[in-house]
Design a protein around this ligand. Structure first.
Ligand SMILES: Nc1ncnc2c1ncn2[C@@H]1O[C@H](COP(=O)(O)OP(=O)(O)OP(=O)(O)O)[C@@H](O)[C@H]1O
Length: 604
């Protein structure tokens, strides 16, 4: 008899508030501080002609080297009696103008070069990129000096020099991405539709590359302002009497001991500008790249972060089971707060039993499976409640090393796409042997021999020879068998198989299911089988639990649930299994699913 666990009425899903890039940027306190500082500096620089300032170039020998807070010269005067505040504001205006113009020029030409090289590929790419390599082979400041030496000193020439030496950064970044994109299916589709190369680059490639250009620009513009100041400091940029921050620093250097404020003031301004632009640039990069926000590039913790509010004590049944999951809750930290993905899931699995976890895409099956051994990446994953009991012990109370020894030992996983889990540079035999050696103190040769045995067990033909094949040399079904061999390497008690047959065609799927069935019966394995296919459940599972939006809505013996489903969602899922001669009913069931989803909100 199947047990409907939840009421049929769908609970409305909490609204996932997608934050705008601007809000995300302002939530980052350092980036917001950078933004306010640079906005203030830019505003003052823009308003320079309107501000009641002295003429920055008018000298007044009678008022030489006045200290700060002198009457009518708040920041004092320089060695020629010029007002330091006026020179600072006008100098900042020029430095910003030159730095930002150089960044725009470098971004434009560098991106153009990168786009052409990446899209064209082949000889054009080779030729362009070798030229770029030659530019990069020189220390950039020497190159800038050489360019200004050839063109002659002056602000405009300094701008050209800075732009030229920065072109390679943009070209390299953009070329790498454009090269990858130019082989993607949507670009092929655009080519087949008859679009011209220019149109493809402009409408298919460029929009995908734009965030990278913006990110590269935001992180290099501060650097370019600094380089401009460097050239002016050396007397190759702004020429007297014109002031920019670099030339002010250069002039102040001679008076560093007698009148330090003359160099300290432009120095502090350069520091403020570069720091604020860099902080803002980092913030822009984080806000534009959702993977960074989710913490994808930070090193994941060895075990999912555990922050449990409720810790249920294992009951008698949990202790007697091979695996028991009790009120498991797993969430993801997002910019908008914690999003629950698994909401109080409970099930148990006896030795030799197969439990099917069924549900549509995004219902939380994989997150449940990964949570069992704390394999959900943290950040962003957090286990917020519940317990997982294996051999009577609460997994989440174990030490990291103990959980580590369970993984691939007592509990093994089989994933959907073995091509992504197998290492492309090692033979499958080496990889199975490595799985053995990770848990057993055996020598290399012994592990290799056992690996061949395991490949034979999972019915890979000619296992001695196939053991020295690389993953790409095997078929999808054979790779999945290798995945199963690795899972069996340490004689596990529990196997968690996450859609192991979804990527395979029906005949290979049937063979793999048969193999799992035989292994289960021969070895008494407890099998948690994740799928969205009731047909597969009917074939292999003793019991089934139906998941929807992070909750189990119905659970029971497979025959009972299939024969007499109680929950409307289960009924619809079962109706989705195509049967010969029932085409129309099948299509109607499929058509109804999204409609009801729209009414209730989607779980994914
Ligand atoms: N890294 C992540 N960050 C935020 N949310 C995530 C992350 N990984 C998964 N989720 C969310 O968790 C929920 C459950 O995902 P899960 O992968 O468990 O679904 P599933 O039922 O296994 O689907 P499928 O059959 O497509 O694999 C989804 O709503 C998904 O958006």
């Amino acid at each position: 008899m199947s047990v409907p666990i939840l009421e049929a009425t769908p609970t409305p899903e909490p609204m996932i508030t997608r934050q705008t890039t601007w809000r995300l940027l302002m939530n980052n306190r350092l980036a917001a501080a950078g933004f306010y500082v640079i906005a203030l500096v830019v505003l003052i620089a823009l308003l320079a002609p309107l501000l009641p300032l002295h003429d920055p170039d008018v000298t007044d020998p009678a008022d030489r080297l006045l200290p700060v807070f002198s009457e009518s010269h708040i920041l004092g005067t320089d060695h020629l009696g010029r007002d330091v505040l006026a020179r600072l504001v006008w100098g900042t205006r020029i430095s910003l103008l030159v730095g930002i113009s150089a960044a725009l020029m470098a971004a434009f030409f560098g991106s153009l070069i990168g786009l052409v090289a990446g899209y064209a590929g082949g000889r054009t790419d080779n030729l362009i990129m070798r030229g770029i390599d030659m530019l990069m082979a020189f220390p950039y400041i020497l190159l800038a000096l050489a360019i200004v030496a050839v063109l002659g000193p002056g602000l405009l020439n300094a701008l050209y020099a800075i732009a030229v030496v920065n072109i390679p950064f943009f070209a390299r970044n953009v070329r790498g991405i454009a090269l990858g994109l130019s082989h993607r299916e949507f670009v092929d589709a655009a080519r087949l539709s008859g679009k011209s190369h220019t149109a493809i680059v402009a409408t298919e490639i460029l929009p995908n590359v734009l965030p990278v250009i913006v990110i590269t620009m935001s992180t290099t513009v501060g650097w370019m302002i600094l380089e401009t100041a460097g050239l002016s400091f050396l007397g190759l940029g702004a020429q007297p009497p014109q002031a920019d921050l670099g030339s002010m620093l250069g002039q102040g250097r001679a008076l560093l001991f007698t009148a330090p404020m003359i160099s300290v003031v432009p120095g502090v301004m350069v520091f403020l500008i570069v720091m604020s632009i860099n902080l803002l640039g980092d913030g822009v990069r984080d806000a534009l790249d959702p993977r960074l926000r989710a913490g994808a590039l930070t090193r994941p913790m060895p075990v999912t972060r555990i922050d449990r509010e409720n810790v249920p004590a294992p009951d008698e049944m949990a202790r007697a089971s091979a695996l028991a999951v009790t009120e498991l809750e797993t969430s993801f930290e997002t910019a908008g707060g914690r999003e629950p993905a698994v909401k109080g899931v409970s099930f148990s699995l006896r030795k030799g039993e197969c439990l099917g976890l069924v549900g549509e895409s995004g219902s939380g099956k994989s997150v449940t499976a990964l949570s069992v051994l704390g394999l959900v990446a943290s950040p962003p994953g957090v286990i917020t409640g519940g317990a997982v009991t294996i051999e009577g012990r609460d997994v989440f109370s174990l030490r990291e090393t103990e959980i580590g020894s369970l993984r691939g030992g007592k509990v093994a996983y089989i994933f959907q796409d073995p091509l992504t889990t197998l290492h492309p540079l090692f033979t499958v035999g080496e990889q199975v042997a490595e799985a053995i050696r990770a848990h057993q103190p055996v020598g290399r040769a012994q592990a290799q021999a056992k690996a061949v045995d395991l490949l034979r067990t999972v019915r890979i033909p000619d296992p001695e020879q196939r053991a020295s094949a690389y993953p790409h040399e095997l078929s999808g079904g054979q790779r999945q068998r290798v995945g199963i061999a690795m899972a069996l390497a340490n004689e596990p008690d529990i196997i968690i198989a996450d859609e192991p047959t979804t990527a395979l065609d029906v005949t290979v799927q049937a063979e793999i299911l048969r193999l799992l069935q035989v292994l289960r019966q021969e070895r008494g394995l407890a099998l948690l089988f994740i799928t969205h296919d009731f047909g597969v459940v009917a074939e292999i599972c003793d019991r089934v639990a139906v998941m929807r939006r992070g909750e189990i809505v119905e659970a029971g013996d497979t025959a009972a649930v299939l024969g007499n489903p109680q929950h409307p969602y289960t009924k619809r899922l079962i109706a989705c299994v195509p049967k010969p001669g029932q085409g129309r009913r099948f299509l109607e069931a499929i058509r109804r699913l999204p409609a009801e989803e729209a009414a209730g909100g989607s779980g994914s």
